[in-house]
Every structure is written in structure tokens, then in C-alpha cells.
Design a protein around this ligand. Structure first.
Ligand SMILES: N[C@@H](CCC(=O)N[C@@H](CS)C(=O)NCC(=O)O)C(=O)O
Length: 206
């Protein structure tokens, strides 16, 4: 299997961590954001969106990080990550929530407060930061409330839902995400960081 990723990307982090956690035999291709790697005809034939992560397995091609996580996790029969039970629907629920709400607003906030500075794109727009911050606190309260009584998002052990939702916390401090008052989220983040594959995939926030 081949994975096309960049370790600075939260969506790439998800799939890199799953592959390492399961000890899968994958070849990792590090794609550069700035030099046109994502726009070559060869890469666009894998992912016409020109985005990472992407996966190939022989002739099979897959894009969208959460689908790739499930594909990789299904290669192991012996892992809590993607259990063969109705828990899968609960996992999918959190992964859809991550794409639609949580990651959507954290990405907006992080672009304003962190990436713009990193790429010399000017100052954060305070209106956008305020709007995104409000949504992060609204959805953060849902996550924090769930984690008040649960060590992991689904069941008693780590699943791909945890990696998907936590992938956006890699820049929590660097981007100044307004999550400091959510003690259950912070404790869960620390719990996940005890998992070597998760810890090893932490982005260098510079
Ligand atoms: N929903 C997609 C999002 C993929 C995505 O936006 N990837 C970013 C990096 S995290 C990217 O490739 N950006 C480069 C670009 O859009 O040109 C997924 O979950 O895989």
C-alpha cells in the first residue's frame, strides 16, 4: 500500500497514525504543499481533488482521510480501532461530526491564527476568529461532556474516531484554540498521547 501525506496536515496524521499503530506495511510518500506535488497529472489521477491524504493499494485508489482510516484499520482483525460490531456506527457518527463541525471550525480558526502567520499571508481576521471560536466552544462542550464519563469516544478502547477527532488538537497550543477550559478534552488528549503511534505523529508546530 502507498500513502500520500504531509506530516503537517491533521488529515494526514490520522492515516499515518493508524498505519503505524497497526504495524502495516505501507510506503509513505511525503508530498510538498508548495512545489506542485499535489497538482501533477500522476497525483490527480489518484485524487482529482489534489489533496492529501490519499492511498493506493494495487489498482485501488482512495481519498478522504476518514475512509482511508477505516480501510487501513480493516486490514487488522486484532485491534480495537475498527471493531466488527454496531460500534462502527457510533464511530462513524463521531467521524462525520469531526468533518462537518469540529474539524471544519478548528481548521478555519487555525488558518487565521497560525497558518497565515506561518506562510506570511497577513494578519488574522478578528471577525472570522470570533465566529470560528464560538463554534469551537459550542462543539467543544459536546465533546467535553461526552468525555466526562468516557475515556475514549466509543467503548473502552481507542478507535479511529479518537484519532480523527484528536487530529485537530496537534496545533491546539500553537493556534491558541479556545479549549483550555475543557478539562475532559485535555485529559483525553493526554491519554491519547500515551499511545506511541499517536505521540510519534505529533506535528512539529514550530
Ligand atoms: N476532507 C479531506 C480534506 C483533505 C484536505 O483538505 N487536505 C489538505 C491538508 S490537511 C490539503 O491537501 N490541502 C492542500 C490543498 O487543498 O491544496 C480529508 O479528510 O481527507
Amino acid at each position: 500500500m502507498d500513502l500520500y501525506v504531509n506530516l503537517l496536515s491533521p488529515n494526514s496524521r490520522k492515516v499515518v497514525a493508524v498505519a503505524e499503530h497497526l504495524g502495516l506495511d505501507v510506503t509513505t510518500h511525503v508530498m510538498d504543499f508548495g512545489n506542485g506535488d499535489l497538482k501533477t497529472p500522476e497525483f490527480l489521477a489518484i485524487n482529482p481533488n489534489g489533496k492529501i491524504p490519499a492511498l493506493t493499494d494495487g489498482d485501488f485508489k482512495l481519498w478522504e482521510s476518514n475512509a482511508i482510516m477505516a480501510y487501513l484499520a480493516s486490514k487488522s482483525d486484532n485491534s480495537s480501532l475498527w471493531p466488527k460490531s454496531d460500534a462502527r456506527y457510533d464511530i462513524m457518527r463521531w467521524m462525520n461530526w469531526e468533518l462537518a463541525h469540529w474539524g471544519r471550525w478548528i481548521s478555519t480558526y487555525g488558518f487565521e491564527t497560525f497558518l497565515k502567520k506561518m506562510f506570511g499571508m497577513g494578519d488574522a481576521d478578528p471577525k472570522v476568529v470570533e465566529e470560528a471560536g464560538g463554534f469551537i466552544q459550542r462543539f467543544g462542550a459536546v465533546l467535553d461532556g461526552h468525555l466526562a464519563n468516557n475515556n475514549f469516544l466509543v467503548g473502552d478502547a481507542v478507535t479511529i474516531a479518537d484519532f480523527a477527532v484528536a487530529s485537530h488538537l496537534g496545533y491546539r497550543i500553537a493556534a491558541g484554540l479556545p479549549l483550555d477550559s475543557f478539562s475532559n478534552i485535555l485529559a483525553w488528549e493526554a491519554r491519547l498521547n500515551e499511545i506511541p503511534a499517536w505521540r510519534n505523529s505529533t506535528p512539529n508546530a514550530g
